[in-house]
Design a protein around this ligand. Sequence first.
Ligand SMILES: [Zn+2]
Length: 186
Amino acid sequence: MREKSILLEARQIQLATDLIKLGARLQVLEANTELSRERLVRLYKEIKGVSPPKGMLPYSEDWFTSWQPNVHSSLFINIYNFICKHTNIRSIDAIIKSYKLYLEHIEINHLQRILSLTRAWTLVRFLESNVLCVIPCTKCNGNFIVHSLEIHSNHVCGLCNVPSRAGKTKKVTPSAATKMKQEYAA
Ligand SMILES: [Zn+2]
């Protein structure tokens, strides 16, 4: 019994460590481990060298539907759904795996990281509570995140209908984004 709890704790510390290294906020750690807040704060300081940021997570669901965040969030959720469909990896482990693949993908394509791990975790929660949902674009058939309450029988995604201001930021070029869309369209 004693050994078992030590092993369980070791696994929780490893999970918290992985999450901290990927940039997770304290709330994500508290929601996904049974370690005390005090221990999580100590672990965070040990890994990052600074205290975790305080305060609530400022994330509203609207962020995920604005143009550039929507492209990155949709890419992430396509990876996440792919992992859940084709492997036995679930919940926070699936989020970590998908997030690492997202990071690899944007690195290969020389894109800026727009989606943080904490936002990715928040996104999955919004989808599970049906605040947001995923629907196919009527032009390219890629899957994209939309508000559940919006009418989207004719949804055209942000890549098929790039807003004019998008060209100025250069953070996601349509061609790079189209490439990532195709890769995870399954
Ligand atoms: Zn499209």
